[in-house]
Design a protein around this ligand. Structure first.
Ligand code: AP5
Ligand code: MG
Length: 217
């Protein structure tokens, strides 16, 4: 089974590419950001605890996200796309242990490189479908009919509470301080592959597909 990490700053296109891999390769997207937003929306005690931290653009505790991923992996399977996890060295170590426990291994860590100016443009123009999760952008990927999701027809299109310029600044700081050391970590384990994330969505998808071709299924 191919299991990959999509590693990159906010707006790099992790979620967009993960959704394409789910559709085209039947992989399983594990996005800690989506799981935390679901918890927040449900109003559960954990959701209430993480809401403010997320909206400020800070990382939630390792314990919470490792717990979320541990639950998903325990259900069995494989073909995972880790989207937005791990984000700290402690999370990377925990993932190695969790994968070993379920007899899975990492196939590749795909680092998506995008410069800060492009990240700002992507984040401030993003909106998603509240029903099916499809990701759009005001300029580069608008819905065909304004206000209506192309995929499911829902009119529940939303912007994220942390997609503001101020919160993005904090998210970038967190990325460079706490997550970018993972680039060195996975270089050392031999798993790192870097792709240019600046091209069109399909051009980036082709680069990721080429990496996966080298992995077999
Ligand atoms: P999370 O939801 O993971 O957010 P993020 O890492 O900030 O990344 P984004 O989802 O903003 O960006 P993306 O790379 O998925 O880009 P997308 O494809 O949407 O985390 C949110 C928060 O949750 C964190 O701040 C933290 O508080 C908490 N959290 C989550 N995981 C955690 C963890 N492991 N540990 C601790 N805390 C955690 O694309 C963005 C936009 O660009 C879209 O509009 C899209 O249409 C457009 N776009 C995409 N690709 C292209 C392209 N090639 N060309 C042009 N436009 C493009
Ligand atoms: Mg995302």
């Amino acid at each position: 089974m191919v299991n990959i990490i999509l590693l990159g700053p906010p707006g790099a296109g992790k979620g967009t590419q993960a959704r394409l891999l789910v559709e085209r390769r039947n992989m399983v997207q594990l996005s800690t950001g989506d799981m935390l937003r679901d918890a927040k929306a449900s109003g559960s005690p954990m959701g209430r605890r993480v809401a403010e931290v997320m909206d400020r653009g800070e990382l939630v505790s390792d314990e919470i996200v490792i717990g979320l991923i541990g639950e998903k992996l325990a259900a069995g399977g494989g073909g995972y796309i880790f989207d937005g996890f791990p984000r700290t060295l402690a999370q990377a170590d925990a993932l190695a242990r969790l994968l070993e426990r379920v007899g899975q291994r990492l196939s590749a860590v795909i680092e998506m490189r995008v410069d800060d100016a492009a990240l700002l443009a992507r984040i401030t123009g993003r909106y998603t479908c509240g029903n099916c999760g499809e990701v759009y952008h005001d300029v580069t990927r608008p819905t065909a009919v304004p206000g209506v999701c192309d995929v499911c027809g829902s009119t529940d299109l939303r912007r994220r509470a942390d997609d503001t310029e101020e919160s993005l600044k904090q998210r970038l700081l967190e990325y460079y301080k706490k997550t970018s050391p993972l680039v060195g970590y996975y270089y050392a384990t031999g798993d790192l592959v870097t792709v240019d994330g600046l091209g069109e969505i399909e051009a980036v998808a082709a680069k990721i597909a080429a990496v996966l071709e080298g992995q077999g299924d």
